[in-house]
Ligand binder design. Sequence first.
Ligand code: ADP
Ligand code: MG
Length: 701
Amino acid sequence: MNPGYLQTPIAYLKGVGPNRAATLQSELGIQVFQDLLHFFPHRYIDRTTFYKVNQLQRNTAEVQLIGKIVHLKTVEQKRGTRLVATFVDDTGEMELVWFRGQKWIRENLKLNVPYVIFGRTNWFNGSFSMPHPDMELLADHEKATAMGMQPIYPSTEKLSNAGLTNRAIGKLMKQLFSEAKGDFPETLSEDMLFQLKLMPRAAALLSIHFPKDQTLLAKAQFRLKFEELFFIQLQLITKNRLHKQKIKGFPFHQVGQLFSDFYENHLPFDLTNAQKRVIKEIRADLGSNAQMNRLLQGDVGSGKTIVAVMAMLLALDNGFQACLMAPTEILANQHYQGISELLEDTGVTCALLTGSVKKSARKPIHESLQEGGLHILVGTHALLEDKVKFKNLGLAIIDEQHRFGVAQRSKLWHKNEMPPHILVMTATPIPRTLAMSLYGDLDISVIDELPPGRKSIKTVHRYDTNRLKVFRFIREEIQKGRQVYVVYPLIQESEALDYKDLMDGYESIVREFPQPQYQISIVHGQMKPQDKDYEMERFVKGKTQIMVATTVIEVGVNVPNASVMVIESAERFGLSQLHQLRGRVGRGADQSYCILMTGHKLSNEAKTRLETMVRTNDGFEIAEVDLKLRGPGDIMGTQQSGIMNLKIADIVKDNDILKTARYHAQLLLREDPLLERPGHLNIRHAYAQLVKYKNIWNYIS
Ligand code: ADP
Ligand code: MG
């Protein structure tokens, strides 16, 4: 076959033409022959089974029957008419109904001749009916090649209105296969086909569009899913290597005095093994000549801060400055305090820069930053301002990156001629499944171990009707000297209502926990920043025992004495948010609790979320469940990654295939990075095509 053949515009396929081509393109993105070939059925129906009318059940989906039409009538209805046929077999009768295309049906339908009919049934007033059935004379049906599994292609209203029904798509597919003589080039190596027992590509394409039976279909699906994921991995891994080659970074060759001194004399605790491993990974990156671009994932409380500090010391040891940027003032403050404490008596200078730092205080910061006297700058977005100039920024650390846009990150890059190394810290775990397909071989470090001695948080689900018991429990905890969070949802769309809920909740808590015995803080988004900070401060200092808040406290706040997290209307929160909120407690030595309050009416999905929270504290496990519930669409970075455009594989369901594909992509590139070996010719051609005809995704950088 001519290699360009599959790139022929779809309008040139017999049976398409310019109008249908336009519809195929706008509805399905099908531009060339190959796009049609890769337009896969999303399900199949088994046309090997026939039902009798008396076997129909109210929940059978699509059924196939043999019988005759004995009567046809037009029924007036509110708007227009419907055509109703009485269909009988030897066990009973049912109605077939048409709303559209009645004229054609009336003129062409034959009475008292056996038909094969197929479709969905409705149950109404004690009998079944089938709207708009697929129909075929039994005689024709028998003539046609026995159709085992019938493919069903994704469809839209516009497609069917343009005559591009499932049947029409099937016809086009047949046309394509016959023109191409089914000769579609192999894209994988002989070795891989053999080792993995994969179906050859041409056979797989045939079976996916025209499956003979379940077994062949399953093999075809496996082969094509594997291929799809394999080439994605190949691209990601290659892209990552290119990135490493191209973008030079400052090499931090030495582990110097500051780092060693800190390690030996200032560490307040023993590092966990996970922390040690991650620091090693970062050190290796910084010591190479390429710019580091690493994501540091670690569950809330896993101890990311100390890792950040040690990375910054490496920068300082090599004569560079470092900065740490946090998404909120509260967080920036906490980081600043924490870091200053850790670095006490080390001679390292550290300053805080946020929106509320006064002008007069800023000036000396700007100056010492520019002349190099200031080593570490901690702050918020304020760091990005043009006035903030470093003498030589070597490392930028970003906490909780999902709050920062790409543009902001690139601003950091341009603070220097050469981009600083970047370390992004996040407590939002990206499921391993997703991370792998998103980042390929990109650099992710994971702290998957909590510091020793942490008690895992006890999580329970309570109905609103049990509120009094919950209050009693809160009272007991406060008696022990603990502090309590009560969090309300605040969702943009129903802001006013949510705000009212929060205020009502606050008032009822004030009633239950009267002053002066109890002091209560409240923090929400409509307060002025100073007021918020003041209230936060009171809680942090232990002057108030209860903090009533919306989700503004979600990120990062550290009050080790807080031991209870009550989440109101918990069914309205997403899993990752629930997990983040829960992470606000369990930071001290005491047993901590998370209480998820809900009404009695819960959707299945909400139930799953609550059960998951009660069952596990493991952020990664929670992220996996979240991914399964919501799909990858909402998770950071997936939009640009191309995994949303998968044609046949499913990132969640086909996780095992993904792992295999990734393994083989790595193996291949290790053995033959440029795909030069004769045995790898197929792969090289396919890869070149892919790169040529598809935009490579601009994924996270
Ligand atoms: P996060 O990863 O959520 O940012 P932090 O860095 O704030 O976590 O650490 C959470 C708490 O655990 C802090 O109080 C910190 O001092 C403590 N911590 C961190 N690492 C260890 C360790 N290896 N051993 C004991 N405590 C630790
Ligand atoms: Mg943190």
